[in-house]
Design a protein around this ligand. Structure first.
Ligand code: HEC
Length: 195
């Protein structure tokens, strides 16, 4: 009597002595396979037949638009947040501003603000706007293409306020051998306009 459990399952073919048993596939595997077929049909109907779902390109465009909205909202918030800023006249804060200026800004703008790599900050000629708020924006965002760093993240908001307020006091100070003006349109908005 033959009690081999594989009896009758042996398939006809054979390769180099290796034989194959005709075992049933595990049930979990078969169900997974069936599910994947059902999933594929639903997927096809959802994305390609009825077009209910967004394909990659449409999803990307939506995300991009959402990103742009977030970006312009935060720029608007930033602009309105600093729109009413005014330079401080507090001597202690200006002292901090001067120290920060000498440490971080002087290598490019000279300790007296007369300009070196960066422009002269003492005259009435401005590249990025002459108002205090324009200066704050330039300091926060920088002009990376021209070598002016963005100080966001390097200096905290109080430090930015202090250093930019100090820059404001430099207007009209006429340091020796200043860097020539970058443009020819005067825009006096700082102390020098009262001379
Ligand atoms: C690595 C050199 C460098 C350093 C450091 C630097 N700047 Fe500048 N800065 C520049 C350059 C270059 C420009 C001109 C950008 C342009 O031509 O658009 C500039 C422009 C500016 C402007 C705008 C001037 C204008 O005419 O509109 C302000 C304000 C300014 N810097 C302030 C600062 C302050 C404050 C610091 C220190 C926290 C600083 N910069 C540090 C290179 C530097």
């Amino acid at each position: 009597m033959n009690d081999d459990p594989n009896e009758g399952k042996l398939l006809e073919h054979e390769a180099d002595g290796i034989k194959e048993l005709d075992n049933l596939l595990p049930r979990w595997w078969v169900w997974l396979f069936n599910l994947s077929i059902v999933y594929a049909v639903i997927y096809m109907i959802y994305y390609h037949v009825t077009g209910t779902g967004d394909l990659q390109a449409a999803e990307y465009t939506k995300e991009w638009k959402r990103g742009e909205e977030i970006k312009s909202a935060s720029i608007a918030k930033f602009e309105s947040g600093i729109a009413t800023l005014t330079p401080t006249t507090d001597k202690a804060v200006l002292g901090d501003g001067q120290r920060l200026f000498v440490t971080y800004c002087a290598p490019c703008h000279r300790p007296d603000g007369g300009g070196l790599v960066g422009p002269n900050l003492c005259d009435d000629y401005w590249i990025h706007g002459s108002n205090y708020v324009d200066n704050v924006k330039t300091v926060i965002n920088g002009v990376p293409a021209k070598g002016m760093l963005s100080w966001r993240g390097v200096l905290n908001p109080d430090q930015i306020k202090a250093v930019t307020s100090y820059v404001y006091t430099l207007r009209g100070t006429k340091p020796p051998n200043p860097k020539p003006a970058e443009n020819t349109v005067t825009a006096p908005t700082g102390p020098s306009q009262f001379e």
